[in-house]
Design a protein around this ligand. Structure first.
Ligand code: SF4
Length: 248
């Protein structure tokens, strides 16, 4: 069984963020010369204090752009990045991963916000982020969570999609992607997963994904996503892995 490692450390060299584990963190120079800092914010949630700190970093007329993955992007001059990283850390904010780890987790507002919701999606997004932030993976890994079949987060378009069911349970899709030239929907592989079992199920899928990427790396090359692995292994390997976890 592959043992996954976590590494959220990086060094800001003054020009780029370097990381020995291979994760590519969200600092990138833009064509207009500004640096974009991609922040981790599971479900797109920030506290009022964090919003204030972000405002102080970019300044009154500065720009914060929201991304499709619910991660705020700060646009600032390169010479202000070092101080900004300190201010962000003091506010409890971290950079998001761009490649080689779990991306910022997408979630609809869910319970307490939407009257349609069957579950606490933001709580799950935060819990999965806490558990899997900085997990070293073959390439990008996207997780999306919706609170009901209206499916505002598009769970079928993520590597892992979770949709709340009644009584603190979730349905699970795997292997979707919304981007690239060949977008595809993931496969529904299990319904009725208890909330308490979701982190263990996600962990096992990440392990199987890493193992599959290693197994087929000669054929698949670099930048192997879960859907590439599924094309080689079939979905059954993952269905069996999830069944094993749920039987433990
Ligand atoms: S997916 Fe359902 S619960 Fe979530 S925001 Fe949309 S309608 Fe509300």
């Amino acid at each position: 069984m592959t043992e996954l490692v976590q590494d959220s450390n990086f060094d800001w060299t003054g020009g780029e963020a370097t990381c020995t584990s291979g994760i590519i963190w969200g600092i990138a120079e833009q064509t207009n010369g500004l640096m974009a800092l991609l922040l981790n914010a599971p479900g797109g949630v920030l506290t009022g204090r964090q919003v204030k700190v972000i405002g102080e970093i970019v300044g009154d007329n500065g720009i914060v752009k929201n991304s499709r993955r619910m991660a705020p992007i700060l646009l600032i001059p390169k010479e202000r990045v070092a101080l900004a990283l300190v201010q962000l850390e003091e506010a409890g904010l971290r950079l998001a991963s761009l490649h080689g780890s779990v991306r910022n987790i997408v979630s609809c507002p869910g319970k307490g916000f939407s009257k349609n919701s069957r579950g606490d999606t933001l709580e799950l997004a935060q819990a999965l982020d806490t558990e899997f932030y900085g997990t070293v993976l073959p390439w990008d890994f996207k997780i999306g969570i919706s609170g009901c079949p209206r499916n505002c987060s598009g769970v079928q378009c993520h590597d892992i999609g979770l949709m709340a069911e009644p009584r603190r349970r979730f349905s699970l899709w795997i292997g979707g992607t919304e981007s690239g030239m060949n977008p595809r929907h993931g496969a529904l592989i299990r319904k009725g997963i208890a909330r308490a079992q979701v982190p263990a199920v996600v962990l096992r899928i990440l392990e199987r994904y890493s193992e599959g990427a290693e197994e087929y790396k000669e054929e698949l090359g670099k930048r192997i996503r879960l859907y590439n692995v599924l094309e080689k292994t079939g979905v059954e390997r993952f269905e069996d892995a999830v069944a094993e976890v749920l039987a433990e």
